[in-house]
Ligand binder design. Structure first.
Ligand code: HEC
Ligand code: HEC
Ligand code: HEC
Ligand code: HEC
Length: 432
């Protein structure tokens, strides 16, 4: 080859290389462990900009006056917000509407207004209008769900600070303007593992949207995010005759780990030192936070979310008849901290903790100078309105007890053979 052609070839090579570099976005990295061991998280600036735009807190109403009658007296059927002032309840209702049902409005949860013929009155957008005289009614299932959600939010913020710190959550963290959060999961039918009609090893031929699009088990959530199945599979010694964990079981663990990574928008080294995935003392602290997160999600699904299935309408149920449930992505939505760590609780302290509910103030003794008939009748209207509060100071028992126990066995099935696996050694199964 003559020198000119060689030169032109080299120049062409440089141009191709430059074009290739220009086609990549610029990146930013965050070091998560000792340098040189790959414990770095790298994102493109475009990804960071998109993530920032997707994780904004919404407009928040200014605080409402705390004085005036307690909601327990001002309203007929408040069971969890009775300690607030009625102005505070009104502000919270407006905010809840903005967070959960911004288009649908108050009647997403409250009984609709009806005209003289009993027809539901619609607004300009075609959504029902709420009946201002019937706001106490619990006839719409979404209101009963929302009441339990208020309790769940208070419980997360008060009792799970080992995970959510003081940052905490509001309805917006999960809902972001949707009646059902964007990231929920259902039990999945038994997987068809055939590939072109040929039976193959389990789970190897279909990508799992639940597991970062890997070909790992689709059903890791039920064993690990509702039930307390053992996630640990690794031995603590090179050749450990006591570790009976199978490759199949490890696949379930990896399925969950893929979900956790994609839910937070991070890679494995955000929580692990890849030299030893199982070792706690070389893992970043984020892994301990995640450990609490797993226990928190189990608690939320078992105590709050699953029991509500009993009152959900059929269109809310998944292919196996179960309701939508929470996982890491429900709150995190691709961010290492939901809303990138911004707390809404300073503006909504009423959601920070559960407060024992006050009794309805006693109706004042009737004025003795009033007509005797009035005192004899005992003001039926007021005593009637006192009733719901009394029954309501207990948690919504019907929904809580109505857990459908008939979860499909295929989906509940923990990694098969896991019961035969001896527990991880005490040291490693103990809490970090
Ligand atoms: C996502 C569901 C939801 C939406 C949307 C909603 N509410 Fe509520 N509302 C509730 C729940 C739950 C309660 C009961 C709280 C309790 O038990 O302490 C309630 C109670 C009330 C009460 C007390 C009624 C009584 O007498 O017991 C009023 C008034 C009220 N809401 C007004 C509104 C208004 C006005 C809107 C629209 C701006 C609205 N709500 C939107 C869920 C909702
Ligand atoms: C940890 C995440 C999370 C938080 C925080 C949360 N929710 Fe939910 N919410 C869910 C999940 C998951 C579902 C689906 C399960 C269900 O409907 O039982 C749901 C369902 C609902 C529904 C039923 C919607 C429908 O159309 O079926 C309502 C209403 C609701 N939430 C209101 C609220 C309100 C109000 C708050 C704040 C006080 C709140 N949620 C906070 C996760 C959350
Ligand atoms: C958000 C933090 C987090 C991320 C990201 C994460 N893990 Fe984990 N991982 C954990 C926690 C916490 C445990 C322990 C769970 C438990 O014991 O309940 C664990 C356990 C494991 C185990 C079992 C260790 C043992 O003792 O047997 C393996 C293997 C593992 N992870 C691999 C991975 C891989 C591979 C990735 C990336 C695809 C990953 N992890 C991403 C937090 C994380
Ligand atoms: C109820 C909402 C919610 C759910 C569900 C949730 N998280 Fe979180 N998580 C948070 C909040 C809020 C923070 C921020 C706490 C703070 O400010 O430090 C957080 C922080 C974290 C952190 C610390 C990040 C850091 O850089 O310090 C990790 C790791 C984490 N979550 C992992 C998980 C995993 C894994 C799951 C699922 C098993 C999960 N989370 C489920 C709300 C949630």
């Amino acid at each position: 080859m003559n020198p000119i052609a060689k030169g032109a070839g080299a120049l062409g090579g440089v141009l191709v290389a430059m074009a290739t570099v220009a086609a990549y976005d610029s990146t930013a990295g965050a070091q998560k462990g000792a340098p040189g061991i790959g414990m770095e998280t790298v994102s493109t600036l475009k990804e960071l900009a998109e993530k920032t735009a997707e994780n904004q807190v919404p407009f928040m109403l200014p605080p409402a006056p705390k004085d005036g009658a307690r909601a327990v007296d001002a309203y007929k059927n408040v069971q969890v917000l009775g300690h607030l002032s009625s102005a505070e309840v009104t502000r919270l209702m407006a905010s809840i509407t903005q967070w959960v049902a911004p288009d649908q409005g108050c009647a997403y949860c409250h009984a609709p207004q009806r005209d003289a013929n009993g027809k539901i009155v619609l607004n300009d957008l075609g959504y029902p209008l709420a009946d201002n005289n019937n706001m106490h009614s619990d006839e719409v299932y979404a209101k009963v769900v929302a009441r339990r959600m208020i309790q769940m939010t208070m419980h997360i913020n008060q009792d799970w600070q080992a995970h959510v710190q003081k940052t905490g959550v509001t309805c917006w963290t999960c809902h972001r303007g949707n009646p059902v959060p964007k990231n929920v999961w259902y039990d999945v039918p038994e997987q068809d593992t055939r590939f072109g009609g040929i039976p193959g090893p389990p789970n190897q031929h279909a990508y799992a949207t639940n597991a970062g699009l890997s070909s790992l088990p689709h059903g890791s959530f039920r064993p690990f995010l509702v039930n307390d199945e053992n996630i640990r599979v690794q031995s603590n010694e090179a050749i450990d005759p006591e570790n009976r964990a199978s490759i199949k079981q490890a696949e379930w663990t990896y399925g969950l780990m893929m979900h956790m990574s994609s839910a937070l928008g991070v890679n494995c080294t955000y929580c692990h030192n890849s030299r030893s995935m199982g070792e706690w003392n070389t893992s970043p602290l984020t892994r301990t936070t995640a450990w609490y997160g797993i226990r928190m999600v189990r608690d939320l699904n078992k105590e709050y979310v699953e029991p509500l299935t009993a009152i959900l309408p059929p269109q809310r149920l998944g292919p196996m008849g179960d309701g939508p449930k929470a996982n890491c992505a429900t709150c995190h939505q691709g961010a290492y901290k939901p809303l990138l760590g911004v707390s809404m609780l300073p503006s909504f302290p009423e959601l920070a903790a559960w407060v024992p509910q006050p009794q309805k103030t006693k109706t004042p003794e009737p004025d003795p100078s009033a007509a005797p008939a009035a005192s004899a009748s005992g003001a039926p209207a007021t005593s009637a309105s006192a009733m719901p509060a009394a029954s309501g100071s207990a948690p919504p028992a019907a929904s809580a007890s109505g857990a459908p126990s008939a979860a499909p066995s295929g989906a509940t099935g923990a990694p098969s053979g896991s019961s035969a696996i001896p527990e991880a050694k005490p040291a490693s199964s103990a809490r970090p």
